[in-house]
Design a protein around this ligand. Structure first.
Ligand SMILES: [Zn+2]
Length: 99
């Protein structure tokens, strides 16, 4: 019973960390509940989505994540980004692009 409470608390902690960092709370809840204590630590060390650079899609000119292989808007296959396609992350661009 105590172990289940630790798993539940760990899952909630992992989900809260993921929420603050822009990751998926249900996914980090699951990871943190299955791997107590190490799960929330992994969530803390995982990249913050709002700090990842963006790139402009050559097909539709919409901002996408720099590590995406295919544009989620128009389906254009994306190769390694050129220097001029890279956009420094700003919150206003993310809100407009719904990233
Ligand atoms: Zn596109």
């Amino acid at each position: 019973m105590t172990y289940l409470l630790i798993c539940l608390a760990s899952g909630v902690l992992g989900a809260l960390v993921a929420l603050r960092k822009g990751s998926s709370p249900p996914l980090w809840f699951l990871i943190s509940a299955v791997i107590p204590i190490l799960g929330p630590i992994a969530a803390l060390l995982y990249r913050r989505e709002t700090e990842v650079a963006l790139r402009r899609c050559p097909g539709c000119d919409r901002p996408t994540r720099i590590y995406d292989a295919v544009c989620m808007n128009c389906g254009t296959e994306l190769s390694y980004p050129q220097e001029f396609e890279i956009i420094e992350p700003t919150p206003s661009i993310r809100v407009r692009a719904r990233l």
